[in-house]
Design a protein around this ligand. Sequence first.
Ligand code: BES
Ligand code: MN
Ligand code: ZN
Length: 499
Amino acid sequence: MEFTIKSGSPEKQRTACVVVGVFDNRKLTLSAELIDRAANGYLSEIIRRGDMEGKLGSSLLLHNVPGTLSDRVLLVGLGKEREFREAEFRRALRTAVKLLNETGSYEAVIYVTEESVKKRDIGWRIEHAVVMAMEAVYRFDQMKSNPPELRRPLRKLTLSVPQRSNLATGEAAVNRGMAIASGIKLAKDMGNLPGNICTPTYMGEQALALATELPVIKATVLDRAEIEKLGMGSFLSVTNGSAQPPRFIILEYYGATRKQKPVVLVGKGITFDTGGISLKPGDAMDEMKYDMCGAGSVLGVFRSLGELKPAVNAVGLIATCENMPGSRATKPGDVVKSMSGQTIEILNTDAEGRLVLCDALTYAERFEPAAVVDIATLTGACLIALGNVVAGLFSNNDGLARELLAAGENSYDRAWHMPLLDDYQEQLASNFADFANIGGRPGGAITAACFLSKFAKKFNWAHLDIAGVAWKGGKEKGATGRPVALLVHYLVAQAPDAA
Ligand code: BES
Ligand code: MN
Ligand code: ZN
């Protein structure tokens, strides 16, 4: 989809559709007011009759409104004016774009971006409008033999800004929004692909394809022999039951001077998690194809970086394999040696994410990172603790945690700070190795983070447990692309010229 920024009167737009907001209860926004005046009270008449109350999520499509130059006028409900905040803004945009896409307008001019949102400037509104528009038209039908086709899909959106002096800010925000949206789309596509297609080999190929398409990205893909040579005994123990070979992927983006230390992102890339010998129950097991969403988000972030080209340095590390049972599979009680030299008693083969991540964290040391952030669908316990709203954030550095929380707020891709206290470490005690890979049911998301912290002593590190937010189940089943927006915001804020 193509986006442009414009400043001008709604009644004068020669376009397929003009989109203006109405507040609850029946209050026209300024742009709706302008159309109403040009149309001699046509909108107020409709509203008086009760066809549009302004409730959030509602809409009314009008044709041939007198006094205007557009084919259609779409009224969207914005809810109560005093309650019009980030979530309401985003929802109104999504409603509008979904409708435009389904009702035959191939282009439109949206005025909702002119409505003020508390504490958010025009740049925020434009960026989020772009991201929401791209989310609203997202579909995953690569696997359908006869994908349903829209007759006239939405191709071009013009977003209105109140003043001509907003044009430059608006255009920069469009670029940011487009880059974030294409990172989100890549992360969603990777997540939604089934486990028989999105294998570790496929993930490696996607990384190389990304680097070919965007030359500012470098990708290196290591195979089993190279992973063995690095001594990643913990990572490799997870692959034992699988016929699919593992991959270790290194992505590099240098947008700042070489002496600037990079941020390293580490993604969990279990392309299917059966639990291994500690086999999972069958219920909704298909959703464990999403166990590579941390890795997918890392790939997505690098797509965004490659398009936006901010002045930062970043490295992405992806440890990807399948977790399968089988005659060669790792068994409960097995002891393995990690790349760090620390030994691990694997009491539960379903706690495999931490086993692949720990070796990737050790590998991260060689980049002398400014910070390391791992992203993982790590624990069911995090989903139980926080639900589907926020990601769990753990860190050994409060400054880093604050920056990530702020990035989550600004991108509306929010995280919540969880405790990483030494007191929890004793739950990982083992009689047979340096420590065990599980800490029992109490505080399961925390003990998983404690396990990782043992491999993150040499740098500032944060861990995002995205088990609850990486995908949606039920009727809306699908990957969310989170936390690409959070991570891109965090990285862009590291650039020296960041506002
Ligand atoms: N990938 C799962 C975590 C998960 C489960 C994410 C359900 C989202 C939804 C992870 O590998 C896992 O199986 N974790 C175990 C750990 C336990 C054995 C200590 C869990 O959460 O049950
Ligand atoms: Mn598991
Ligand atoms: Zn898993």
